[in-house]
Design a protein around this ligand. Structure first.
Ligand code: NAD
Length: 490
């Protein structure tokens, strides 16, 4: 239901760009598609090059004041913004489910994590550091904001990933222009519209558009930093474009996370967790489990337990009770995931669960992009399902028996985002974990991010990282200030 709050915040009906503190419309509009029904959601702006010019100019002007606004004021604004989102938690969650497809309970979870990200980022502050001091001189290390940042956001977590860019950018004195995915523009637009209550004009802006908008922003000489989350292929284009003006980049890219299951695990407890971490958000998570290596001595029992649990996972529209897996977010991704199902027959893969053409017939009849959770039983190590990121609910299950061999197979990929080891023997688990080449390595869990730590990818999973104190430094230049004491300078 549409609602307008007491301060005139129009929660659901109309969607604007926000440029220099003002809601702005565009001549051309487009619509995102509700993936559960394939019906269009409301109109959103299609930004023009002039909108980019205006937003960059407003950002540059706002930066001058915001950079010198005291840290405590910036922190206060972020905390007030977090409270503001919380007041609209259920409106945002409903909107998120309608545009992204995820079940409402997970949409509520994502809004909570967005709020948590804003709040937890404010626990950090970059202090000046005296690195050398003697009678003659003092050398100080400082972190100064870059200027105008652009936050490019994908469609799998449109609200929490936008907040993950906004918080460190504005806390460190930068301004930011958010560019949501054309598939999921709605929450990003509303988030930034709401932010205007708490921040001066031009500090947080948002532009929605078509596929031209991202390249316009990365190529524009005005922005100083691009924080990009999305696919590895697009990340390379972003870096290439940003290189022309040497913009700083943070790239959070694709993953092909392995989970290594040792022989001593409690199968009944672990198998459901592994299935959950592979199929959550319909497999559309950068750090979902995407390759499962089970010790050969427990393989059959583990596979049976995983199938038994995965069969209970309900697929359906996000607003239906008890649904665990919503639709694939968009038609393009739906078709891409289905190519892995087409490979089942071509490559003669054994199917432990699901399969067919991948489509959930009942739900697909409604026009939505639903896919059956599917487990491929022991495909070859060089098959596409083991080497590529489907970004959908289809996962390979494989065996291992030699520790060194499984480590090598887990590392045998150009990606290195996350990985996990599951064992009751913490010595063995930690020995294996320390040899895995990934930005986040978990023991007996996966996907649990600590906002105080660094989050980022090795190899082609990214450059730089977000979260924690390093996440703030990613929005700053370092400056070394050399102070010669007056007496010594004589
Ligand atoms: P994508 O790369 O297609 O799009 C991401 C964003 O980039 C969108 O806003 C898109 O409009 C924009 N974009 C597209 N082409 C561009 C260009 N040439 N220049 C600038 N911007 C451009 O990714 P997606 O399909 O939206 O997201 C799925 C991918 O994102 C998966 O590979 C997933 O693993 C990855 N991902 C990574 C993380 C992480 O933190 N490492 C988190 C979520 C998703």
């Amino acid at each position: 239901m549409d609602s307008i709050d007491t301060k005139g915040f129009d929660v659901f009906s109309r969607y604007y760009n926000t440029i220099n503190g003002k809601p702005t419309s565009t001549k051309e509009v487009r619509q995102g598609i509700n993936p559960a029904t394939a019906q269009p959601n409301p109109d959103v702006p299609v930004s023009t090059p002039q909108d980019v010019e205006d937003a960059v100019a407003a950002g540059k002007a706002a930066f001058k004041k915001w950079a010198s606004t005291p840290y405590v004021e910036r922190k206060k604004a972020i905390l007030a913004f977090a409270d503001g989102i919380e007041q609209h938690l259920h409106d945002f969650a409903k909107l998120l489910s309608k545009e992204q497809g995820k079940p409402i309970q997970f949409a509520v979870g994502e809004v909570h994590s967005a709020i948590d990200c804003l709040r937890s980022t404010t626990k950090f502050e970059l202090q000046e550091e005296v690195v050398t001091e003697d009678d003659e001189k003092k050398t100080i290390l400082r972190h100064t904001p870059l200027g105008v940042a652009v936050g490019i956001v994908p469609w799998n977590f449109p609200i929490s990933l936008a907040c993950g860019k906004i918080a460190p950018a504005v806390l460190t004195g930068n301004v930011i222009i958010i560019k949501p995915s054309p598939f999921t523009p709605y929450c990003g637009l509303k988030l930034v519209e709401l932010a205007q209550r708490f921040f001066p004009p031009g500090v947080i802006q948002v532009l929605s558009g078509d596929d031209n908008l991202g390249p316009w922003l990365t190529a524009h000489p005005g922005p100083d930093k691009i924080s990009f989350t999305g696919s590895t292929a697009t990340g390379k284009k972003v870096m290439e474009s940003a290189a022309k003006t040497l913009k700083r980049v943070t790239l959070e890219l694709g993953g092909k996370d392995p989970a290594i299951i040792c022989k001593d695990v409690d199968i009944e407890a672990v198998a459901p967790k592994i299935a959950t971490l592979a199929f959550l958000n319909s497999g559309q998570i950068c750090i979902a489990i995407k390759r499962i290596y089970v010790h050969s001595s427990i393989y059959e029992e583990f596979r049976a337990a995983m199938i038994k649990f995965a069969q209970t996972l309900k697929v359906g529209p996000g607003n239906e009770d008890g649904v665990f897996m919503g639709p694939i977010q968009n038609a393009m991704q739906f078709e891409k995931v289905k190519t892995f199902f087409a490979d089942i027959e071509k490559e003669q893969w054994n199917v432990a669960l699901g399969g067919g053409n991948g489509t959930c017939v009942d739900n697909a009849k409604q026009g939505g992009y639903f896919i059956t959770p599917t487990i491929i039983d022991r495909p070859a190590d060089d098959s596409r399902i083991v080497t590529e990121e489907p970004f959908g609910p289809i996962v390979p299950l494989m065996t291992w028996s030699d520790e060194a061999d499984v480590i090598e197979r887990a590392n045998n990929t150009h990606l290195g985002l996350g990985a996990s080891v599951w064992s009751n023997d913490l010595d063995q688990a930690s020995r294996i974990a320390r040899q895995l080449d990934a930005g986040s390595v978990w023991v007996n869990t996966h996907l649990e991010i600590d906002m105080a730590a660094a989050f980022g990818g090795h190899k082609q999973s990214g450059i730089g990282h977000e979260c924690g104190i390093g996440g703030l430094k990613a929005y700053c230049n370092t400056q070394t200030l050399y102070l010669k004491k007056p007496k010594a300078a004589l």
